[in-house]
Design a protein around this ligand. Structure first.
Ligand SMILES: Cc1cc2nc3c(=O)[nH]c(=O)nc-3n(C[C@H](O)[C@H](O)[C@H](O)COP(=O)(O)O)c2cc1C
Length: 182
């Protein structure tokens, strides 16, 4: 099972990038998570799109198309999805109705320093996925709260409870992807 990992933060020390790395480490047998870099994706512009997808966008779409599923680790910015991630989703959502996101199984995780662990951003992402017909796993939810207490200075997930939960989340995610034929 080939999973494309997408972190919604460009920060080198990002907790969400670290969470994705932990998922790579804790993935169940048979699941391979390849992290993709969305930093080169330009801001969506319909005029640019009309001339053809810029290379980073084209590469992003190919990576999504070739993956069996997506695993997204989103931060929460002002109660919502960070612009860099929403922008990448917006590009990938084109053309509407038959985009690479259509019918693609997805798992959503998130880490924040607060006490709700990106719950509001995750709900907003799910809302976008209704229109793109992206099949986001419903439960369990992966809300990593107080992230600064759970990762060490090198970005390794050290909290044993969270490591155990991420492992279980990924087993459920594998079952979700298989159920959808992936
Ligand atoms: C513009 C901005 C808005 C933020 N808004 C929220 C928020 O609504 N809820 C929250 O829990 N944390 C919020 N934070 C704090 C982030 O959760 C924190 O910076 C987190 O480390 C970002 O994820 P990252 O480590 O993957 O970059 C915000 C941070 C920024 C920069």
């Amino acid at each position: 099972m080939r999973v494309l990992g997408i972190a919604g933060s460009l920060r080198a020390g990002s907790f969400n990038r670290s969470l994705l790395r932990a998922a790579q480490e804790l993935a169940p047998p048979g699941m391979e998570i390849e992290a993709c870099d969305i930093s080169a994706i330009p801001l969506y512009n319909g005029d640019v799109e009309a001339q053809g997808d810029p290379p980073p966008v084209a590469a992003f779409k190919v990576a999504i198309r070739e993956a069996d599923a997506l695993l997204i680790a989103t931060p929460e910015y002002n109660y919502g999805v960070p612009g860099v991630l929403k922008n990448a989703v917006d590009w990938a959502s084109r053309p509407p109705g038959k985009s690479v996101l259509n019918g693609k199984p997805a798992g959503i995780m998130g880490a924040s320093m607060g006490t709700v662990g990106t719950a509001r951003a995750q709900l907003q992402l799910r809302q976008a996925f209704v229109f793109t017909q992206t099949l986001a796993m419903l439960q369990p939810e992966a809300l990593v709260t107080k992230a600064h207490e759970k990762f060490d200075a090198d970005g390794r997930l050290t909290d044993e409870g969270t490591r155990s939960f991420v492992g279980k989340f990924l087993v459920a995610f594998a079952a979700w992807v298989q159920r959808l034929g992936g």
